[in-house]
Design a protein around this ligand. Structure first.
Ligand SMILES: [Zn+2]
Length: 203
């Protein structure tokens, strides 16, 4: 009988070491310190080097399968956008209604996880009073890198983009998409380059 316990103990040791192994190795490789308080922001050089690390990293061997059956109520077909600057209400239907009720709150909530980057969000296109000329409103992002003079601007941001940036800053190698299905984060490098305005550093 005690042999079973010894066997189980050894088994748990093997399991623990296999779990900890890649993690501690990854930590050692990651020589860029990320300041989560947001006092010092990441530079272009640092993000570029981090992208290169991600490109060189191994994709996770086992990806999360996600929930198989998960029923979610459909988004509302009409929704009002209330401008945080002027208070004007703009009515949206269908896709844009879904965007302002689902994606936009997620985007705003995710900003807290992105304090390592000097970024500002522009949602003004969604207000018909502030931007009457806009027909297809998009969320814009502006990123300032301390080591470059240029400010990167991108229009057409969605909630998944900010999830990708969050995962990237947290040093993850897997992105959990809808229903928690996992995808290697390195698959999204082109999108990260586009949204962050940074090319990965080739050495
Ligand atoms: Zn407005």
């Amino acid at each position: 009988m005690p042999f079973i316990f010894i066997f189980l103990f050894l088994l748990s040791l093997i399991f623990a070491s296999s779990c900890l192994g890649p993690f501690s190795q990854k930590k050692a490789e990651m020589n860029i310190r990320i300041d989560t308080t947001g006092k010092t922001k990441l530079s272009y050089e640092q993000i570029s080097a981090m992208l290169e690390k991600l490109a060189q990293s191994e994709a996770p061997k086992e990806l999360s399968m996600g929930a198989m059956c998960y029923k979610q109520a459909g988004p509302p077909r009409r929704a009002e956008y209330i401008c945080p600057d002027c208070g004007h209400r703009t009515l949206y239907t269908e896709d844009k209604a879904a965007f302002i009720t689902r994606s936009l709150p997620t985007i705003l909530a995710l900003l807290h996880n992105l304090q390592a980057i000097d970024l500002t969000l522009d949602q003004s296109q969604f207000c018909k009073k502030c931007k009457p000329e806009i027909e297809d409103p998009q969320i814009g992002i502006k990123i300032h890198y301390s080591d470059t003079n240029y400010v990167h601007e991108y229009q057409g941001l969605n909630d998944v983009d900010l999830e990708l940036i969050r995962d990237f800053l947290e040093g993850k190698n897997e992105h959990l998409s809808y229903y928690d299905r996992g995808t290697p984060l390195k698959n999204y490098i082109p999108r990260l380059e586009q949204v962050l305005g940074v090319k990965l550093k080739k050495e």
